[in-house]
Design a protein around this ligand. Structure first.
Ligand code: C2E
Ligand code: MG
Ligand code: MG
Ligand code: MG
Length: 294
């Protein structure tokens, strides 16, 4: 809608302010539309979770999955989470949405446990509003208990921005989560704040190396240097590392050779709906019979 407004405004050759105002209105309209439709999607089950495998660099076995939201709108079609998550965050709808994601992922994980599907860990993305909300750790504890899930099976992904803002509140919540026994990961590591002091303060278990560094790691010495530095920091502080967005054999090789622990990416698999993920896992050799490679 914003693009169409810009095009129209350009064509009619009006002054800059009018172009700008119209563009802003189109964007505001789009946000309202997404918010309205998202409420509807939550109520009518047009949302689902897809699961992207996380693979051990050492054994090639699937060690866990990351739950990723998918929205299939009946008229518009597929809408990307990078478009609707920010709107949900802005409108406060993220609390309801986030708790739907957590419950759905936990239920799925419990089902896999009881049917012997070998997924050791379920990663769930968190937004700032969820972490800052009073009682968040209790809510997580309740979801784990309802599903009789061992807390170590849940891996909560936070961004650097969440870790940095409202730091005393965040520290309290993360400490409660750590005491519960859930895993805490920093998503998109290296793209947020440059301050590293929070790595010392917070009870973190994993760093997820952002795709923007992984992209060049097959051939770009600068990306290689950054990734080596991240792996070095993680080692020194006792965190595991997960590379995001691995797409090529060259990227995989570099990460493997330099001691990255796990990876995710199209090189192994995209995020998949439940049945497809289960089929992929059935086709995998059991973890201890895998010698090397992916
Ligand atoms: P993220 O948590 O960093 O997730 C990784 C994104 O990279 C996913 O995009 C995934 O599909 C994509 N990806 C994985 N491997 C590759 C690859 O090899 N190549 C490429 N090009 N992409 C790859 P997706 O599913 O579109 O999600 C985008 C972002 O939306 C996520 O980034 C996360 O920040 C947010 N998000 C998704 N689901 C949720 C959710 O349930 N709650 C919250 N708060 N945020 C979510
Ligand atoms: Mg993530
Ligand atoms: Mg990420
Ligand atoms: Mg992201």
């Amino acid at each position: 809608a914003a693009d169409a407004a810009l095009f129209k405004a350009k064509q009619s050759g009006r002054n800059n302010f009018k172009v700008f105002a119209e563009l802003m209105r189109a964007q505001a309209d789009e946000i309202l539309l997404i918010e309205h439709e998202l409420r509807d999607a939550l109520a009518n089950e047009h949302l689902s979770l897809y699961y992207q495998p996380q693979i051990s660099m050492q054994t090639g076995a699937v060690t866990g999955v990351e739950a990723l939201l998918r929205w299939q709108h009946p008229e518009i079609g597929f809408i990307s989470p990078s478009r609707f998550i920010p709107v949900a965050e802005e409108s406060g709808l993220i609390l309801e949405l986030g708790s739907w994601v957590l419950r759905t992922a936990a239920r799925q994980q419990a089902l896999w446990c009881s049917t012997g599907v070998p997924v050791a860990s379920m990663a769930v993305n968190l937004s700032a509003g969820q972490v800052y909300k009073d009682g968040f750790a209790e809510m997580v504890a309740g979801v784990l208990e309802q599903n009789q899930l061992p807390p170590a099976m849940l891996d909560l992904e936070l961004t650097e921005r969440i870790a940095m803002e409202h730091s005393s509140k965040t520290l309290t919540t993360l400490t409660e989560l750590q005491e519960l026994g859930v895993t805490l990961s920093i998503d998109d590591f290296g793209t947020g704040y440059s301050s590293l002091s929070y790595l010392k303060r917070y009870p973190i278990n994993k760093l997820k190396i952002d795709k923007s560094f992984v992209d060049g790691v097959g051939d770009d010495p600068e990306d290689q240097a950054i990734v080596l530095a991240i792996i070095g920091i993680a080692r020194a502080l006792g965190f595991r590392t997960v590379a995001e967005g691995v797409e090529t054999a060259a990227q995989w090789q570099f990460l493997h050779d330099h001691g990255c622990d796990e990876y995710q990416g199209y090189y192994f698999s995209r995020a998949l709906p439940v049945q497809e993920l289960e089929a992929l896992l059935r086709a995998q050799p059991p973890a201890d019979s895998v010698v090397s490679n992916r």
